[in-house]
Design a binder for this molecule. Sequence first.
Ligand SMILES: [Zn+2]
Length: 74
Amino acid sequence: MIIGRVEITSCQYCGGNDFRYGYQSGDNRLCGAPGFLENQEPIHHLVCAECGAIVFSWITNPRKYSKNIPEKSI
Ligand SMILES: [Zn+2]
C-alpha cells in the first residue's frame, strides 16, 4: 500500500496485510488551518482488517497547517 511518500507493507501490530480505508469528517476534522471549517481537513485512516488497528492516518494538504506548535500543547 502506497500513500503519497509512505509505503506500508504490513501491520506493525499483527503483521497482517489486509488494509481498509475510512475517514473522519464533520466535527472530527483536523483543526488549526487558517480559515473557516471548510479549510479544515478530513482525517483519512488506513485500518488493518485483521486486528482493527489504525495503521496510518493522514490528511491531504498538510502544508496549510502552521509550523508553530503552541507551548501549552506540549
Ligand atoms: Zn493488524
